[in-house]
Ligand binder design. Structure first.
Ligand code: MG
Length: 227
């Protein structure tokens, strides 16, 4: 019989939370403020999930260090300002079925956590805004480990919970999540509603692609991370 203890690690942006619009708007504003060409929403979608300085550098590899710092600071200011124009539910809504999936995981006794490229302050804002804090026993952020796809966040979460990698899965929307999961020894489940196409997720190591949160429990079961 499989070990009863299991861990489901969720990415946040593009997986639990529909934040691409807000992030794209903030990124465009930040680059414009620095006198650079603003990335398009499609360009920004490719870097959502990376830690912020790495994401900014990926969007404009020609930025020198002071310009990189300026764009990063301008992004943080723009994000906070834009976010404040609406309440959490409208600015960064949960994807359909997300809360129900967390409730099912909780009821089944699964340990759950998050692994996000967001800074801890940003994550806490989201968790409090959606009243999600109680679901997660471990929260891994850009402040705790190198940017995805480095496996540090997965390894930290396994260590924190005492769960074996064979009984852990990462649920995410980008190739960075999938590569992080596999490098950390966890199963990789891609979601079809986020920033990267399913083909990119599979190329990066996704072992299952789910079209909705309703399909999550079956995917976990197939990968040996079921209840
Ligand atoms: Mg994501």
């Amino acid at each position: 019989m499989a070990d009863a203890l299991r861990l489901i690690l969720f990415d946040v942006d593009g997986t639990l939370i529909d934040s691409a619009g807000l992030i794209s708007a903030a990124m465009a504003e930040a680059f414009s403020a620095a006198g650079r060409r603003a990335p398009t929403p499609i360009e920004t979608r490719t870097i959502i999930g990376l830690s912020l300085p790495i994401a900014v550098a990926r969007l404009d590899p020609d930025l020198d260090p002071p310009a990189l710092d300026a764009v990063t600071a301008a992004y943080k200011a723009a994000f906070v300002r834009l976010r404040a124009t609406g309440d959490e539910a409208t600015a960064t809504p949960l994807f359909p079925g997300a809360r129900a999936a967390l409730e099912r995981g909780d009821a089944s006794g699964a340990l759950m956590g998050v692994a996000t490229g967001k800074a801890r302050r940003g994550l806490e804002h989201i968790l409090d805004g959606h009243d999600l804090r109680g679901f997660f026993v471990t929260t891994q952020t850009a402040d705790d480990a190198p940017s995805k796809p480095h496996p540090g966040m997965v390894l930290n979460a396994l260590r924190a919970t005492g769960v074996d990698g064979a009984r852990a899965a990462v649920v995410g929307d980008t190739s960075y999540d999938m590569a992080m999961a596999r490098a950390g020894g966890a199963a990789a489940i891609g979601v079809a509603w986020g920033c990267h196409h399913a083909d990119a997720l599979i190329d990066a190591g996704a072992q299952a692609i789910i079209e909705s949160f309703e399909a999550l429990d079956d995917a976990l079961e197939r990968l040996g991370v079921g209840a």
